[in-house]
Design a protein around this ligand. Structure first.
Ligand code: GLA
Length: 445
């Protein structure tokens, strides 16, 4: 048994497999202590992700380039003969919960971790037409192996994806992973975030040692173009967690979504056939800019007969910074394409320069940075051997990603930790971006 597990872990984590073994064994022991030793046991995992470049472009049908991390969520499950799902968590702050699988599952208290699992179960049941039976489950995502919560590394998508692959396997439906992407994204809409498909896509379809270049515009058949791109070998991608998680970011996030949709509504007066900002990507910015006001609001748009679709948390009078937000999306898409070329040709300096520019655009145009991240990025960019650094993820705290020459990694950590401690009085957490494949069944016992 442990030989099978060892081989499975080797395939997923490579050199990191040895460190993972004890974690998996502890989770299995806790599962059996909670639900009994008899009966089958399935072990699923779903990774967090880091985004190299392409922030807030996915829901505008643009380009992104994330990678799946070795920081992940395990979901251990045993099928039940009834439709009940009982879920416990190795971390005691996440209280156990239960629900019954159905096509309509009432949502739990706002912010409850179980809502991602409920969302996955409702969406999967509606889509598959084959309700899975229930299961007893245990989630294991504790530090240091788990996806840090609120760090911009998509812990919520990892949980949603872990639940979805569990449902898909236990129901015996075996929808392809490409089909599960949209279901996972829909499940997060159930919870209330109007994000795109980047996190779910990479969590399901990543390859180890590669970033995933993804075009978030589906073709006529609903398929997405992707390319697995090898990571640089002379440099390391280092991730630095600021430890900051600002409150109320879902509303801020949704306001950015609204600003993009407002841009589309306004541009449609000139380009009637567009549906997303991506559709004006080939126009010059100088042509687009005069068509977009610096600021507007849902109320003003409504008065012009331009209705936005339902966006939770976007009050009718909130300012939508349409011009700057659209400029970020437009310019970020070009940077992602430039980054793909730089990676294909091994031009690390160019990749780093694009990361620096992406950070400036995220800060100035999309307004998603914060003082702590500014200190981290500023300190990183001062270090010799750092090709580039930027905030990663949705913003308002979370993590920075830096592209650092392998020999400069120690200087980088020393300098950034010192500056962050001096200026912010906080400790930053450093770890290397070790990539893994996408989610799935690790082992069945
Ligand atoms: C969150 C969302 C993603 C994406 C990023 C920003 O992670 O879930 O869909 O929009 O923010 O790039």
């Amino acid at each position: 048994m442990s030989n099978d597990l060892g081989q499975a872990l080797e395939r997923i984590y490579g050199a990191g497999a040895t460190d993972q073994l004890a974690r998996y064994q502890a989770a299995m022991a806790q599962f059996q202590a909670t639900y009994g030793a008899h009966g089958p046991l399935y072990i699923f995992r779903a990774p967090g992700r880091v985004n190299l470049i392409g922030e807030h472009t996915d829901y505008n049908h643009g380009f992104v380039m994330p990678a799946a991390l070795d920081k992940d969520i395990l979901l251990l499950a045993r099928p039940r003969s009834d439709g009940a799902v009982n879920l416990a968590n190795v971390e005691s702050q996440f209280e156990p919960f239960s629900f019954t699988v159905a096509t309509e599952i009432p949502i739990g208290a706002p912010g409850h971790w179980g809502n991602y699992v409920r969302g996955a179960a409702q969406v999967f049941t509606q889509a598959s037409g084959r309700p899975s039976g229930g299961w007893d489950g245990l989630v294991a995502g504790a530090a240091p192996f788990g996806v840090p919560v609120g760090a911009g590394l998509s812990s919520s998508s990892a949980l949603t994806v872990a639940a979805m692959v569990t449902l898909n396997t236990l129901a015996g439906v075996q929808l392809p992973n490409a089909d599960l992407v949209q279901l996972c994204s829909d499940a997060e809409w159930y919870v209330g975030t109007r994000g795109g498909i980047m996190d779910q896509f990479v969590a399901l379809l990543a390859q180890r040692d590669h970033a995933l270049f993804l075009d978030c515009r589906p073709d006529a058949a609903g398929h997405f173009q992707t390319e697995a791109i090898p990571l640089p070998t002379t440099h390391r991608l280092l991730i630095v967690n600021s430890g900051v998680h600002h409150a109320n970011t879902r509303n801020e996030f949704n306001l950015r979504v609204a600003a993009g949709r407002a841009g589309v509504a306004l541009l449609r007066q000139t380009y009637p056939h567009i549906t997303h900002l991506r559709d004006v990507q080939t126009e010059d910015w100088a042509v687009l800019e005069p068509l977009l006001p610096e600021s507007t609001s849902v109320a003003e748009l409504n008065a012009q007969g331009l209705a936005l679709n339902d966006i939770p948390g976007a009050p009718a009078d909130a300012a939508l910074r349409v011009r700057a937000c659209c400029r970020h999306v437009w310019s970020e898409n070009r940077r992602v394409l430039g980054a793909v070329n730089a990676m294909r040709s091994g031009n690390v300096a160019q990749l780093g320069a694009l990361m620096n520019l992406a950070h400036a655009s995220a800060r100035d145009d999309y307004a998603i940075s914060c003082p702590e991240i500014e200190v981290l990025v500023g300190a990183a960019q001062q270090v010799d051997g750092v090709a580039g650094a930027r905030l990663t993820g949705a913003g308002w705290g979370g993590c920075m990603i830096a592209l650092v020459q392998t020999e400069a990694a120690t200087d980088f950590e020393t300098h950034v930790a010192q500056v962050y401690g001096q200026q912010m009085g906080r400790d930053a957490e450093f770890f290397a971006c070790q990539t893994t494949p996408g989610a799935g069944l690790v082992l069945q016992l």
